[in-house]
Write a protein that binds this ligand. Structure first.
Ligand code: ADP
Ligand code: ZN
Length: 439
């Protein structure tokens, strides 16, 4: 029997007619509003300040009347203030990785854990994972939701999971080879590190490894990076998105059509707002992504600003799913660099760098302000081949990259091409932007 191109874990929900889905969302949104208003004191105050009551939510058009929430609301009520259940109902606690400040704590009831397993099963299935697959899970295990979220979903689909976590890269390659791993899960930057280690071990991924599928997320990456990883590890790379506050990984994932990430919309209601004014924006217009959890018990969130920038599309996908798709994350609103008044996203820089085969996909972006003028410096690695061509070739290449960046960004930058392995590798989330203007 031919393998079905599009596998779907929960056909009933994932292909539900939108009208029906919207009915379900309204009912669940109403429940969430009641829950936060009655169980979480800081919401009661937010509602009061905005002059709304739970009963004011009569249709989805009313959603915009309700207050937005931000990370600071969670930090102000650290650690358990945002929980809507007593601590004894909470069976698991996680925290965000604290990329942008003090960590925020999240809690799950038994039912929340079931929801997490369900949405992660949808993720795995969307990429074609099944019972019989061996999943090499190199997301970090611990307070970070990545490792345990992928672990949970692996059990739900009945696959075999290898909880390697991050680090000891050489040993990871041995494990992938010896265990015949078919699915790889980690950050895209660590996938590159693994690809390098595979090459260094003299292995040919086509012959020596059995990898078929990879789920990469937790940090922004471009389609060019997808090609690079897919080619070097001989697998099909899928983008997976999530954040600890909403559930962890499992909020959305790509299907083989690779035209956006399908959101588990029966559990997480997405909106796009104008990051300046907070006004809701229509589908198709890019802005800041906002989520309301529709079923979470321990840690419900209403209209939570993710600070991630993307765009939503509601047309049915060729895979049959009817749920809304979000575009690839363009970066965080606070990742957006304003260089001499021009908005620059790190993903634009990645696109330019990866269009040069003479460069390795390892880079870091520095922003400084010598003498009151913003200065952008991009450090990127040469491939062995380029590096061996010597100084003149490197300088010529720097000129080309500089020109490419200026054309794409509309601001000038300094380009520094480093020797192979001249840029530090990351085990988890890569730090790609260092803003030294505040220092
Ligand atoms: P922290 O906010 O401390 O990094 P998390 O570990 O919960 O905590 O990370 C969630 C964030 O990671 C998201 O808000 C988003 O910025 C980023 N992220 C997660 N998955 C992706 C993805 N597939 N593409 C781009 N960014 C992602
Ligand atoms: Zn699809």
């Amino acid at each position: 029997m031919a393998r079905k191109k599009y596998l779907i874990w929960n056909e009933e929900i994932e292909t539900m007619p939108r009208k029906e889905l919207q009915k379900l969302q309204l009912k669940r949104f109403q429940e969430t509003v009641e829950r936060v208003y009655n169980k979480v004191p800081f919401y009661k105050k937010l509602f009061k300040d905005a002059g709304v009551k739970p009963a004011d939510l009569k249709s989805m058009e009313d959603v915009a009347k309700f207050p937005l929430t931000v990370k600071q609301d969670l930090r102000n009520n650290y650690p358990f203030g945002p929980f809507a259940t007593p601590l004894e109902e909470v069976s698991q606690i996680h925290a965000t990785s604290g990329t942008t400040g003090k960590m925020t704590v999240t809690g799950y009831t038994d039912n929340d854990m079931k929801v997490w397993a369900e949405v992660m099963a949808r993720v795995y299935t969307a990429g074609g994972t099944k019972k019989g697959d061996v999943i090499h899970n190199a997301y970090g295990y611990g307070l970070f939701t990545g490792g345990l979220g992928f672990h949970l979903g692996a059990h739900e689909v009945g696959a075999t999971v290898v909880p390697v976590s991050g680090g000891l890269t050489k040993r990871q390659v041995t494990i992938m080879q010896d265990f015949g791993s078919t699915v790889l899960t980690c950050t895209p930057s660590y996938a590159l590190v693994l690809a390098e280690a595979v090459e260094e071990a003299g292995l040919d991924p086509k012959k020596d490894l059995k990898l078929r599928i990879g789920f990469f997320g937790a940090e922004p990456w471009t389609d060019k990076m997808r090609e690079e990883i897919g080619k070097r590890l001989d697998l099909e790379a899928f983008d997976i998105f999530g954040l600890a506050e909403i559930i962890g990984p499992g909020v959305s994932v790509e299907c083989p059509a690779h035209n956006g990430l399908h959101i588990a919309e029966d559990h997480f209601y997405p909106e796009i707002i104008d990051p300046e004014t907070g006004e809701p924006l229509p589908y198709g217009t890019p802005g800041e992504l906002v989520f309301t959890t529709l079923t979470k018990e321990a840690f419900p969130l209403m209209r939570y600003r993710t600070r991630d920038r993307t765009v939503l599309h509601a047309e049915k996908c060729e895979c049959g799913r009817t749920v809304v798709r979000m575009g690839k994350i363009m970066g965080r609103t606070d990742d957006m660099l304003i260089i001499r008044g021009v908005n620059v996203f790190p993903s634009q820089i990645e696109d330019v760098l990866l269009s040069f085969p003479e460069l390795s996909p390892h880079y870091i972006i520095y922003v400084d302000r010598p003498k009151d003028m913003d200065a952008l410096t991009v450090e990127v690695e040469a491939t062995e081949k380029l590096f061996n061509q010597g100084w003149d070739a490197l300088k010529e290449m720097e000129g080309k990259v500089k020109k490419g960046l200026a054309e794409a960004l509309y601001v000038s930058s300094n380009v520094n091409i480093k020797e192979p392995f001249g840029i530090q590798r990351s085990q988890g989330k890569a730090v790609r932007v260092v803003d030294r203007r505040e220092l």
